[in-house]
Design a protein around this ligand. Structure first.
Ligand code: DAH
Length: 370
């Protein structure tokens, strides 16, 4: 074990050579075990120091220690270099070219009915209206009786109602207590008046159902109801609100409305509202100060005192106005579809053509019409 100084020099040169020739971390580790491990050659040299004479130890001690030092340092440096090379190799092989087009993913679009509902919510929110909703499966009382349409009223027959089988013992409030698919959004008026204290300002968009089907009627369609209940409300408020709404919706200031006397059981007086259109190359365009013709767009009126009373409010204190409007028709007039049935066919080609991008959120500042 008493190596000469030359042996020690040779050993060092050999180990340093092995270290620098290690091509990978595993190879380097076996050099480390061979030199500095428990049974390693350098470890054995260190152990041999104890058995040396003091003179010999004085001579060889520093040489052996510096050998250990240099070998350990060499291994650490080599390890660092190998690891850096490995990392660089990984980084080089894993680059992402951000300039490539994004992968094609299937895109959905917003149905025009949803888009118009969002537009209505945006327009009416600006006028202080909240959005209310009610069940599509209604009872006779909310859908008819409370709206001043008693059992014997011809309007019941006109609604082509889908009734459910009568439940035994359900009769109440002067009707048979049948459940039905709501024929209009007007029952939301009743639910809102019963459910919250006036003043009330709501719109209620949603699905409605009637047993009717042709190019302009589908068994399921959409309406939006409007209701304002407050003190001192009069027809002027109704007219201004409708004009403001229609102008915002069609995004034109030159819109003229015509209010025609009409009849609804739940309003008195009642009016049907027509919007003026102008003919441009044979097409009807909504708007124009001097209309060529009129198109009916909604029904409205002052809420009938019987309806206010049915909801537990005093009609001598509270008055209001209401309106109801077909959403599908609003969409057709603004976005130029001509067959209502296509709305509900679920045809992707139609949706791609008439649908809206999910991020086309209507805003008054950016334009409600996307
Ligand atoms: N509910 C009516 C319908 O479906 C529409 C309507 C007319 C609603 C006048 C109203 C209104 O609130 O005041 O035909």
């Amino acid at each position: 074990m008493m190596e000469s100084m030359t042996d020690l020099d040779n050993l060092k040169a050999d180990l340093i050579g092995q270290i620098s020739q290690s091509e990978d971390l595993a190879g380097l580790e076996s050099v480390r075990v061979h030199a500095l491990g428990k049974q390693g050659v350098v470890t054995a040299l260190l152990k041999s120091l104890g058995k040396m004479t003091p003179e010999e130890r004085q001579e060889k001690g520093p040489v052996i220690h510096s050998l250990r030092q240099e070998v350990a340092q060499g291994i650490a440096d080599r390890k660092q270099a190998l690891e850096t090379a490995l990392l660089n190799e990984k980084l080089a092989s894993e680059t992402i070219d951000l300039s490539l087009p994004s992968p094609k993913i299937p895109k959905g679009s917003l149905h025009p009915v949803s888009q118009v509902m969002d537009e209505l919510a945006e327009i009416f929110a600006d006028l202080g209206f909240a959005v209310a909703s009610g069940p599509e499966i209604e009872d006779e009382w909310h859908n008819f009786s409370a709206l001043n349409i008693p059992e014997s009223h011809p309007a019941r027959a006109m609604h082509d109602t889908f009734y459910f089988e009568p439940q035994e013992g359900a009769a109440s409030n002067g009707d048979k207590g049948r459940m039905l698919l709501r024929t209009h959004t007007s029952p939301v008026q009743i639910r809102t008046m019963k459910g919250q204290e006036p003043p009330i300002r709501i719109i209620a968009p949603g699905r409605t159902y009637r047993s009717d089907s042709d190019a302009t009627h589908t068994p399921m369609f959409h309406q939006v109801e409007g209701l304002v209940i407050d003190k001192g409300v009069h027809l002027g408020h109704l007219k201004w609100t409708l004009e403001t709404f229609v102008r915002a919706y069609f995004e034109r200031d030159d819109i003229v409305l015509r209010l025609r006397p009409s009849y609804f059981p739940f309003t008195e007086p009642s009016m049907e509202v027509d919007v003026g259109y102008t003919l441009e190359k044979g097409r009807r365009i909504i708007g124009g100060k001097d209309p060529d013709g009129w198109m009916e767009i909604l029904g409205s009126g002052m809420v009938h005192p019987n309806v206010i009373t049915a909801c537990g409010l005093d009609p001598n204190v509270w008055q209001g106005f209401a309106f109801g409007c077909g959403i599908d028709r609003l969409a057709m007039l603004k976005y130029g579809m001509d067959d209502l049935r296509a709305f509900f066919d679920g045809d992707l080609r139609w949706l791609r053509h008439f649908g809206f991008a999910a991020l086309d959120v209507p805003t008054l500042s950016g334009g409600v019409g996307a």
